[in-house]
Design a protein around this ligand. Structure first.
Ligand code: PLP
Length: 454
């Protein structure tokens, strides 16, 4: 790759990009009309574009660059591994040092009982793996009718056919006739947006959790395989459930013998101030799809952490689990992942999110809730949101005036801060290595953006 010094003019990249590069989750008419912003380098929490402008990456790329950019140690580990053994598969009773060591390192930081990792290459593949593995589990348990999944409206689990079906994004479903058969969706624990007037977060959390019980009872527990949900819904708008929600969900799954799947693709690897979001919310899942922070995005990787109570019976009784990818446990990705975990551990980044930088940014972030255009500011660890409103008292949504968070996101970019918008909610999830000064800058730039929006 060219160094930023000998880059071609931005317009040239924009032209060839618009002509040949079909972007994911993007309206290509906009790319053609406006040209894309071209990023050429990054360091720490800072991105640099081809015009030489520096921006704070308030989103860690797509919620993944947990250790921040420019980590020589990860690049070096990948380089060394690519020289020694750039590829070998993990099928047919083969393995290699990085796959064995990375699986062990993940199991070491995982909650008690998660001693097995099944490697994939993305969060979508991780959830596809869940889809197949959970069904195989019930087969070997002698309950083959348990095939139906329950997930949540507005949840996000990926873009493949099965993972997008588990997801509850109606616009994705509408485009291609999803969800596939055997997936049902219940309401999300979105108190700010969906509670009844006067309903407390605690009551709302219980009400939404009990939708799971009703759905299971309607479908019949003997037909239900698993409930799949993110500890905090990320792409859906950083929806942090009320405290009553997860304990009730856990109770319902245990009582009705339903596997509990916590999609840790965003929450995993420190985002919420514990290694896994499940630990922050006291969830005891059976399966945890992981990706993103697993390698801090330096190279694609995903996987499923499987609890022994699921792995044991499947390994003992199913024989071959007929599932896997050419690049499952790719040596270069595992080498990157090992270096990434070493950084997270040695720099104590996860504890730092819980005890230091998380509370520091939260204090400043929650203060933004006093702004007249903010209906609610929320944050756990280093993942947060601002709900934009026109009228704070009456909670008139920003979108009701035909305005969207996209407008705010653009203003934020002009203020040198990358945030993400869903509908009229602004989202933030910066790298875990950010300094106190950088946290101050995030809060200042977000405040300026809100003033510009007014
Ligand atoms: N699960 C969650 C919770 C996600 O946020 C995402 C992506 O944003 C995925 C799964 C899909 O991951 P990928 O894009 O790596 O396939």
């Amino acid at each position: 790759m060219d160094s930023p010094r000998n880059l071609r003019p931005t317009a040239e990249y924009q032209a060839i990009d618009a002509a040949h590069h079909w972007h994911p989750q993007t309206d290509m008419a906009e790319v053609n009309a406006r040209g894309s912003r071209v990023f050429a380098g990054a360091d720490g929490i800072w991105l640099t574009d081809t015009e030489g402008e520096r921006l704070i990456d308030g989103m860690s790329g797509l919620w993944c660059v947990n250790v921040g950019y420019g980590r020589e140690r990860i690049a070096e580990a990948m380089y060394q591994q690519a020289k020694v053994l750039p590829y070998y598969n993990t099928f047919f009773q083969c393995t290699h040092p990085p796959a064995a060591e990375f699986a062990q390192a993940i199991a070491e930081v995982a909650p008690e009982g998660f001693s097995k990792v099944f490697f994939a290459n993305s969060g979508s593949e991780a959830n596809d793996t869940v889809f197949r593995l959970a069904r195989v589990y019930w087969d070997v348990m002698g309950r083959p009718r348990k095939k139906t999944f329950i997930a949540r409206k507005n949840g996000y689990h990926g873009s493949s056919v099965a993972s997008a079906s588990l997801g509850g994004m109606s616009f994705m479903h509408a485009q291609s006739g999803l969800p596939i058969a055997g997936v049902h969706h219940i309401g999300q624990p979105y108190w700010f947006g969906e509670a009844e007037p006067g309903e407390s977060p605690a009551d709302f959390g219980l009400r939404r959790a009990r939708e799971l019980a009703s759905a299971i009872d309607r479908i019949g527990a003997e037909n239900v395989c698993a409930f799949v949900a993110e500890p905090i819904q990320g792409a859906g708008g950083v929806i942090i459930p009320p405290e009553t929600y997860w304990p009730e969900i856990s109770r319902i799954c245990a009582e009705r013998e339903i596997l509990l799947v916590a999609d840790e693709v965003i929450c995993g690897f420190g985002r919420t101030g514990r290694w896994f979001g499940s630990e922050t919310f006291g969830i005891k899942p059976d399966l945890m799809p992981i990706a993103k922070g697993m390698t801090s995005g330096y190279v694609p990787m995903g996987g499923v952490l499987v609890h022994d109570r699921v792995a044991g019976p499947v390994i003992e009784r199913a024989g071959e689990f007929a599932h896997g990818y050419t690049y499952s446990g790719h040596p270069v990705a595992c080498a990157a992942g090992l270096a990434n975990l070493a950084i997270l551990r040695e720099e104590g980044l996860v504890d730092r999110v819980r005890e230091d930088i998380g509370p520091y940014l939260q204090e400043r972030w929650l203060k933004l809730g006093e702004h007249p255009l903010v209906g609610e500011a929320r944050m756990v660890g280093l993942i947060g949101a601002l709900e934009l409103v026109r009228d704070k008292e009456r909670r008139t949504r920003f979108a009701e005036e035909g305005r969207t968070g996209t407008e705010a996101r653009e203003l934020s970019l002009a203020n040198g801060l990358v945030m993400r918008a869903t509908r009229d909610t602004l989202l933030i999830a910066p790298p875990l290595c950010l300094t106190h000064e950088e946290a101050d800058m995030i809060a200042e730039r977000a405040a300026r953006t809100l003033d510009d929006l007014a």
